[in-house]
Ligand binder design. Structure first.
Ligand code: ANZ
Ligand code: ZN
Length: 816
């Protein structure tokens, strides 16, 4: 028997045992409650980083804990295989992206194994395998038939020197990453998915996601950005109209100008006869169009000299062209109310446009726009109304004149899924000169991405491979070309969690097993980074609804509970390669063992908060692991034979040990289950082991007490430090694996501290024995005695004359 803790040996043995006994292979079983525990799958970048270790340690503790609760647990893992880094690495190292990716997967799989994560490896998948992506091509074809995908022009980054489209990451300060050329905006035809058809359901579904952090739900809500307003027509000459979208129709009587986007048809029309307007439009074209940039840039505009008529007052209103109006939102035109909107105020001040206040009489526009809602004035027939009344009455008035109607708008746009990259899933479409875009026939799927390619970084190799793209049209049979764009890699990560349930199915995308694992609200626990709060989680929710409407799954939502873990910091900054402050998990595992690394990372902070890396913290974790090891080894040394004895007659010290043990168990069960506070679980177990290390008594009864406590310590520590606990459990002589043990149950009677036995007499004769706290009050002891069944029998129908209490010893009830 080794007397020194040897992490390498213990961990290799435990991992071998789990693997040989297939302890984490999940099988569908309707007689058991299922628990699907999922951590966001990694991008195979080459090596695990500490953020991964944290994410996967949290997931593993939850999965192992739920298994000990008797649930049928599924914890799968796989690889988010496609993506740009593989292309960059290919260029640098002269290996095809596929080869690089598969090599990384092999290395990282070994790392995950060494960390002891309880994955069902039989379900491992990589999204860059044709057996995976064929099914998203299949789904795309279905959606194509349903009209849920369509083609539209969209802007891309165009490198005029390399003659290629660049990803946003490849544009650095406005220049191409390789060519250093000034990047141009270019419009090309791309594929979109109608996520906006699901905007309302995606929004309303958030209310039912009780297991999600509020912050994430708020971010999604804002991203969807539902707003209810009016579309109002301002008439122009020849009965033409200019429609605006507003959420504040109550300010209609304060409109002093209209503002339209530079791309608005009316602006283009004005530009034809007005060179100054045209020059302004050209200037706007060169600008960045992201919403964030729109917020911060200087507000500029020009009077188009066109006019229109106010729908209520009939007054003439000037039309301006402005750089902060988005063509893609509402109608691309805004009724401007400088008195009540900050942007309009800034603009009106700059260009000397009239400001007319119509809300909140008691406030003054000298200091800026008055944006809060209030009572109308200066508004003719609408004076005195509040926001809701004014909204309704103005809507009604305009509807009657046929000059307006209620309208709901969303900030959410349809999802552009085309990428002009190589290392992605080919979009299964054939472009025919006569038939247009035709979906690839189901029987011809998958469209396989060639993996043996020479990669020079200038554009996608498949765009230069006639052997890939020349084909015939499935409709008319004429020569045609395959689509050479690939899907946005968010496509793959939007449904991988459902494919884990049946990844061996070569006949269908999903089968009944998906419903088994996803029933009751989807994945039971999803764990990942907050950086995925919006896009990944929204796309996954969207895909789940597409799959549901295709009849492939029953649940409405994919993730029932979501935990977003905090970042891993070093010296206060996020650990990252670019900052050069990373700690390599591999080195730490080699030095201390996986259990120490897991324990440290779970102990250093609650899962949802940021964690500061600390070498001394890691050493502290290591000392604790060693301490538990020694505790158990010392117990084994003290154990002559299998300790037998009862837990009924304990002395005070023994009682205290049991009290501490069960009190700890009670606390950590709650912290594990409800709050996921693994750091306080570990703190409580450290305290318990301190108590136990001082209790070295070797009497039979004490050995029984020690054994019970050690069992509880090992079982509850096992989700966190699984190798150590697996090893020590077997050292204690068990033939079973600790991971198959049920979570220990709390003995409430052990939680009664300082127990004393009190003799209850009636007229001097023994009638009962009570167990109570040593410090129980006289009145309470008396009440407890009188409530005893046997005592009641002897005082029934008699009068109690006197009750004598000898504290902690005796109570005598005198009756006659
Ligand atoms: C008049 C008004 C008065 C407005 C007022 C606000 C305050 P959400 O909630 O995001 O839907 N707007 C409409 N279309 C726009 C576009 N294409 N580009 C820029 N701004 C646009 O915001 C709706 C409000 O944003 C609308 O209500 C409109 O300005 C502006 F005191 O109309 B409002
Ligand atoms: Zn054709």
């Amino acid at each position: 028997m080794n007397s020194e803790y040897n992490a390498q040996e213990i961990e290799a043995q435990a991992q071998k045992y789990w693997q040989e006994n297939k302890l984490f292979e999940a099988i569908e079983d309707n007689s058991k409650e299922k628990f699907y525990c999922l951590s966001m799958f990694p991008y195979p970048s080459g090596r695990l980083h500490m953020g991964h270790v944290r994410n996967y340690s949290i997931g593993d503790v939850i999965a192992r804990y739920q298994k000990m609760q008797g649930k049928n647990v599924l914890q799968p893992i796989g690889w988010d295989g496609f993506g740009l880094p593989a292309e960059n690495a290919a260029l640098k190292n002269k290996v095809p992206p596929a080869k690089w990716t598969y090599e990384n997967i092999n290395y990282m799989r070994q790392q995950l194994t060494e960390l002891g994560f309880g994955y069902d490896w039989s379900r491992e998948l990589a999204t860059c395998h044709p057996q995976y992506y064929r099914w998203e091509q299949w789904l795309f074809v279905k959606l194509f038939e349903k009209g849920l995908v369509y083609k539209k022009n969209a802007v891309v980054n165009w490198d005029p020197v390399d003659q290629t489209v660049l990803a946003n990451e490849q544009v650095i300060d406005g220049r191409g990453w390789r060519s250093d050329a000034l990047i141009e905006k270019k419009e090309i035809s791309q594929w979109f998915m109608r996520i906006t058809d699901y905007a309302d359901e995606l929004l309303e579904g958030l209310d039912k996601l009780d297991g999600w952090p509020d912050a994430v739900k708020t971010m999604q809500k804002n991203w969807i950005g539902k707003s209810i307003g009016l579309e109002i027509d301002f008439t122009r000459k020849n009965f033409d109209t200019l429609s605006v979208y507003t959420t504040r129709p109550d300010t209609l009587m304060g409109v002093t100008y209209l503002a339209i986007a530079a791309e608005h048809p009316l602006a283009l029309e004005a530009g034809k006869d007005n060179p100054a307007v045209q020059a302004f439009i050209d200037e706007c074209k060169a600008m960045e169009t992201s919403e964030a940039a729109m917020e911060t840039m200087e507000k500029k505009g020009i009077d188009s000299e066109l006019k229109c008529t106010h729908p209520i007052t009939g007054e003439v209103v000037p039309i301006w062209v402005a750089n902060f109006i988005l063509m893609g939102y509402g109608t691309g035109a805004v009724m401007s109310v400088p008195a009540h909107d900050e942007r309009d105020y800034e603009f009106a001040k700059k260009y000397n446009i009239n400001i007319k206040q119509v809300i909140n009489k008691d406030k003054n526009t000298n200091e800026g726009a008055i944006t809060d809602k209030g009572v109308l004035f200066n508004s003719g027939q609408f004076d005195g109304l509040g926001f809701d009344q004014a909204f309704d009455k103005i809507a009604k008035t305009l509807e009657d004149k046929n000059l307006g109607s209620k309208k709901t708008n969303y900030r959410l746009r349809d999802w552009g899924v085309s990428r002009q990259r190589y290392w992605g899933c080919p979009i299964p479409v054939i472009n025919c000169p006569s038939c247009g875009s035709v979906a690839v026939e189901e029987s011809d799927l998958p469209v396989v991405l060639p993996e043996e390619v020479s990669f020079d970084g200038v554009g996608s190799p498949i765009k230069k491979m006639p052997e890939f793209y020349t084909t015939t049209c499935p409709k008319c049979g004429k020569a045609a070309q395959r689509e050479t764009d690939t899907f946005d890699t968010f496509f793959e990560s939007s449904w991988y969690f459902s494919r884990y349930t049946c990844k061996d199915n070569s006949k269908a995308m999903l089968d009944e097993r998906a419903n088994y694992w996803l029933k009751g609200g989807g994945v039971d626990q999803y764990i990942g980074g907050i950086e995925h709060a919006i896009l990944h989680l929204l796309y996954a929710r969207f895909f789940n609804k597409l799959l549901r409407d295709e009849g492939l799954v029953e649940n409405d939502e994919p993730f029932k509970n979501l935990l977003t873990q905090g970042m891993v910091l070093k010296d206060g900054a996020k650990m990252s390669k670019s900052k050069g402050n990373t700690v390599d998990p591999q080195e730490m595992i080699a030095q201390y063992g996986a259990d120490t690394v897991r324990l440290f990372i779970l102990f250093a902070a609650p899962p949802t908060q940021d964690l500061e890396w600390s070498d001394s913290g890691l050493e502290g974790a290591h000392r604790f692991i060693n301490k538990v090891y020694r505790l158990v080894k010392d117990f084994i040394k003290d154990q002559v034979s299998n300790p037998v004895g009862s837990l009924d007659n304990l002395n005070e010290i023994q009682q205290n040990i049991r009290f501490k043990t069960h009190q700890t168990l009670k606390k950590i069960t709650d912290d594990m289950e409800r709050r996921h506070l693994f750091n306080t679980v570990i703190a409580a177990l450290m305290e318990l082991s301190n108590t136990l290390s001082k209790f070295t008594d070797t009497t039979d009864t004490s050995m029984v007490v020690r054994k019970e406590s050690l069992h509880i310590l090992l079982k509850t520590l096992s989700p966190i430090a699984p190798h150590l606990c697996h090893h020590l459990w077997q050292e204690l002589g068990h033939k079973t694996a600790i991971i198959n043990e049920p979570w220990p149950s709390i003995d409430e009677s052990a939680l009664v501290q300082n127990k004393v036995q009190i003799i209850v007499q009636v007229n001097g004769k023994l009638r009962a024995k009570l167990i109570t706290h040593a410090d129980t009050s006289k009145a309470q002891v008396e009440a407890q005695a009188l409530a005893d069944e046997n005592v009641a029998k002897f005082i029934d129908g008699k009068t109690v004359i006197k009750v004598i209490v000898v504290p902690n010893k005796l109570i005598n009830i005198v009756v006659h």
